[in-house]
Design a protein around this ligand. Sequence first.
Ligand SMILES: Cc1cc2nc3c(=O)[nH]c(=O)nc-3n(C[C@H](O)[C@H](O)[C@H](O)COP(=O)(O)OP(=O)(O)OC[C@H]3O[C@@H](n4cnc5c(N)ncnc54)[C@H](O)[C@@H]3O)c2cc1C
Length: 327
Amino acid sequence: MTLVRYEGKTFEVGPQESLLDSLNAQGAAIPSSCRSGLCQTCLMQARSGVPPESSQSGLQDALRLEHYFLACLCYPEEDLEVSLQGGARPLIPARVIRLERLSETIRLVALRPEAPMTFRAGQFIHLFHETGIFRSYSIANLPSDDEIQLHVKRQPDGEVSGWIHESLEVNQTINLRGPWGESFYVPGYPDQPLLLIGTGTGLAPLFGILRDALSQGHKGPIKLFHGSRHPEGLYLGAELKALSSHSSHLEYRACVSGDEAAHPYERGRASDLAFREVSDLRGWRIFLSGHPAMVKEAQMTAFLAGASLRDIRIDPFTFTPGSPDSG
Ligand SMILES: Cc1cc2nc3c(=O)[nH]c(=O)nc-3n(C[C@H](O)[C@H](O)[C@H](O)COP(=O)(O)OP(=O)(O)OC[C@H]3O[C@@H](n4cnc5c(N)ncnc54)[C@H](O)[C@@H]3O)c2cc1C
């Protein structure tokens, strides 16, 4: 057992627990996304004590020397005093300016932050419930839209998604924090082929990334596979078809893995259909988001099919059954 000081409190961390899991389980809200050392959302700094070398994997030398580390990879070997990268970010109030129904279970929430908030399409924010608990939601639009758009699926018994669907109203002010995440379009490689695979509201970051790529004049082929077990889990089909009819290099594929798969849907899991169609991914940039098991499996498949790890951007919508937030 080691002792970790964070924001003036002392936390006990067991030998088998990552610092991220331990702090979150004890009520400290440490932001995270991939939980496997790739996205660096949970970057922290040891103010005293030395973090294990394995928790600094993938960090630049300058950061290592300053005792920065990734909380998801950190199994402390000695007592530490830690802080979040750059300190905790401020809460930003945002007004709900629009609420729309994208499907039976998915709602579009458009927000206008009341303080400047710089973000990239595809990153995610923490959205706070009135009680102070928060959940992560991906940003589905471009900064130039002058608002933040989220696609929120109502989870059965979901505390925050249920509140968003049933109680949130236009003109209400809520709190946001962020953005976080490394899954966004980086200009500079306009001919690179892009493969986007998402399940359910995993479409949210992909929709933003896709619009960003198109608005920045991406010329290489773009293939978007959106999957769900049931047709009701797919949405924005008309908008995506319209986008692909105006951009000949964009292909949109709606995939249903359950028994109701019939025209116009393709039958099968989005990731299976995508990798069957593109089996050699050398030189491709890949974006994966949504169900954590799909993201993890597809990341491995893409790597084995030749994609470079730094060209695979992941956004697993992690949650721990019964826990307040795992994002
Ligand atoms: C980086 C990141 C980005 C995300 N982006 C989005 C997004 O754009 N849109 C979106 O709708 N969600 C997104 N999520 C998921 C979101 O953060 C919440 O986990 C989700 O809205 C459920 O919160 P809740 O409070 O309603 O449910 P909770 O009260 O936390 O959970 C209620 C019950 O539902 C179960 N549950 C929770 N989530 C799921 C799930 N995904 N699948 C199956 N069972 C579940 C829980 O285990 C629990 O039993 C994202 C998560 C992460 C980590």
